[in-house]
Design a protein. Structure first.
Length: 319
């Protein structure tokens, strides 16, 4: 006697249908979210690599943001240094012109204008505070307001500077730290000493800083006295030296700009690689996900049809 039963077949097909429904649901979730899984538990084999890469990506993007801020600061440094260098060259040109023409017309006015420019540049600010103040960014690094204030300052005028000695150091990537800070007294002491010497000589005072002129001062009146001319000739090497020193600061700052710019390029590449690695773990290929969804929908429809046919079978059909 042959035993006929559809119950076992129905159970198998029902389980297959439920499995197909689950697969369709997973495929729909992948298509709608773009992710392989909704929870980390479903990709537990890759969790360690994924978490480590996400942490690295966070650090890399923070380095990028910091470096953008640093580049703005370095650009501000360069603008200020360029202005100070130009002021030094203006004084040099005025001195050489006075020597060549034996006339001081406009000489001291040029010195005063250059002093005002240098003072403004040394006291430059950004959103954080004073650029050349070290870590003491709430106080102007140069405390005087007029070239005449140099007459009562020390020689050289070290006492006019209020910056501290802490230079800014920043971490530009995972492995490198760069010193980018510039201090007002490092950058400005020599040129402020030159301004002090001009102010003292103009007011009949013989400076004591090297090179000490013979004197007496002729107060830079026109036409130039021999003493005034000797004083101006003696200032040229000092002016050349301080201009070269300021150029050296600009060169160092330019090197820092190039270093940070190169670091940004490297960080951009690392960020792209990290994002791609994360995407390979978390994200699905859109075309593949849609194709899988269609296939699983087809399989589910097939399960429905077969199960429907089995449910209509009876012993009467067999007989």
């Amino acid at each position: 006697m042959t035993r006929v039963s559809s119950f076992q077949q129905s159970q198998v097909l029902l389980n297959e249908m439920l499995s197909s429904q689950k697969k369709v649901s997973q495929a729909q979730l992948q298509v709608s979210t773009g992710h392989v899984a909704e929870y980390y538990k479903d990709i537990h084999m890759d969790i360690t690599n994924l978490a480590g890469t996400k942490s690295l990506l966070s650090r890399l993007t923070q380095h990028q943001a910091n470096n953008s801020h640093i580049m703005n600061r370095l650009s501000s440094y360069d603008q200020a240094m360029a202005g100070i260098e130009t002021s030094g060259n203006d004084v040099m040109s005025a001195v050489m012109g006075a020597i060549g023409t034996t006339s001081t017309q406009g000489l001291y006015e040029t010195v005063e204008g250059a002093f005002d420019n240098v003072l403004n540049f040394l006291n430059s600010q950004n959103t954080e505070g004073y650029l050349f103040a070290g870590s003491n960014q709430d106080e102007a690094p140069v405390s005087i307001t007029s070239i005449d204030d140099l007459l009562t300052a020390a020689e050289p005028p070290t006492d006019i500077f209020r910056n501290n000695s802490l230079k800014s150091s920043v971490r530009i990537d995972e492995n490198r730290t760069l010193e980018v800070g510039v201090l007002a007294d490092d950058l400005g002491l020599e040129i402020m000493t030159a301004f002090q010497r001009f102010a003292m000589w103009k007011n009949g005072i013989v400076p004591t800083t090297a090179p000490v002129p013979a004197g007496p001062s002729g107060n830079l009146a026109s036409p130039l006295s021999q003493e005034d001319q000797n004083f101006l000739i003696g200032e040229i090497p000092n002016l050349e030296q301080l201009i070269d020193r300021i150029s050296g600061f600009r060169g160092d700052n330019g090197l820092n700009q190039k270093t940070v710019d190169a670091a940004q390029e490297g960080l951009a590449l690392q960020v792209d690689q990290a994002k791609e690695f994360i995407s390979n773990i978390e994200d699905v290929d859109a075309a593949e996900a849609i194709a899988n969804l269609n296939q699983r929908n087809f399989a589910l429809e097939a399960s429905y049809n077969v199960l429907s046919q089995i449910s209509r079978l009876s012993l009467l059909n067999f007989l």
